[in-house]
Design a protein around this ligand. Structure first.
Ligand code: COA
Length: 260
């Protein structure tokens, strides 16, 4: 598929989606969000894609936020629609994908950029990365899930401070907060993400999908995550991957899983 604002490439079971508007620091405009939705959807449906990595092009930014020029003139109703549509098409969509998604945060991840990284299943940052939710400096608040996912990831007090000050934290602070899992020199970022992705790829895709669903259940109102876990655990016993995984262990060989 031909995209204008992103690049999607598959290699070795890993689909890497690169947001490609470096002159605008990869800011998320409407078209980019739509294209990202399509690329994530295609990769998620693709049986050959075991892991998805999302990153930004250039050495400066992952994503410097939602495209401010696109919404500066919006009224209240349009603002609400912007947030609702974006959350549905991209942020909630990514969080609930059955394929693992890693954010390779290669520079500024601000506003919608940090919200995008937070919607991914986990994050790895380059040592030049800077993260923050500066929306209140523009007279608005995070609208792509930032007020919900940031406290989930770093705790309420830290999220309050980061959002209220509109400040930025560097990669090492983000690591200390648990916002990112690893920090690496920029030139090694994609290689590290790919190494982690390959490790993930060796495991049962069916079981990984079930684990994502059960972990996400912990953050859904009115959903009993323990119950979801018990059900998913039970269902796993009926899968080919469970037979293969346990048989391979007992036969002292590597499991050869079916794929998703
Ligand atoms: N929306 C639209 N355009 C953006 C953007 C955004 N969120 N972030 C950066 N850009 C554009 C700039 O307008 C500029 O475009 P131009 O060259 O056509 O003028 C280009 O990207 C480069 O950005 P610039 O500000 O010149 O780079 P810098 O190195 O001086 O500053 C930042 C980098 C990230 C500190 C600064 O771009 C910034 O504060 N961006 C907005 C961050 C933000 O508030 N995001 C939340 C939005 S809800």
């Amino acid at each position: 598929m031909a995209y204008q604002n992103i690049i999607s490439k598959k290699d070795n079971g890993i689909t890497t989606i690169t947001i490609n508007r470096p002159n605008k620091l990869n800011a998320l405009n409407k078209d980019t969000i739509q294209e990202l939705h399509e690329a994530f959807d295609v990769a998620n449906r693709d049986k050959g894609t075991k892991v998805i990595i999302v990153t930004g092009s250039g050495d400066k930014a992952f994503v410097a936020g939602a495209d401010i020029s696109e919404f500066a003139h919006f009224n209240a109703k349009q603002g609400m629609q912007l947030a609702a549509k974006g959350q549905e098409l991209l942020f909630d969509f990514i969080e609930n994908l059955s394929t693992p998604v890693i954010a390779a945060v290669n520079g500024f991840a601000l506003g919608g950029g940090l919200e995008l990284a937070m919607a991914c299943h986990f994050r790895v940052a380059s040592d030049n990365a800077k993260m923050g939710l500066p929306e209140v400096s523009l007279g608005v608040i995070p609208g792509y899930g930032g007020t919900q996912r940031l406290p989930q990831l770093i705790g309420k007090g830290r999220a309050m401070e980061l959002i209220m000050t509109a400040g930025m934290i560097d990669a090492n602070q983000a690591l200390a907060y648990g916002l990112v899992n690893h920090v690496t020199p920029q030139e090694k970022l994609l290689a590290l993400c790919e190494k982690i992705a390959l490790k993930i790829s060796r495991n049962s895709p069916v079981a990984i999908t079930a684990a994502i669903k059960a972990i996400n259940a912990n953050y859904q109102d009115g959903v009993d995550g323990f119950k979801i876990e018990i059900e998913a655990f039970g269902k796993a016993f009926a899968t080919q991957d469970f037979k293969e995984g346990t048989t391979a262990f007992l036969e002292k060989r590597k499991a050869d899983f079916q794929g998703k």
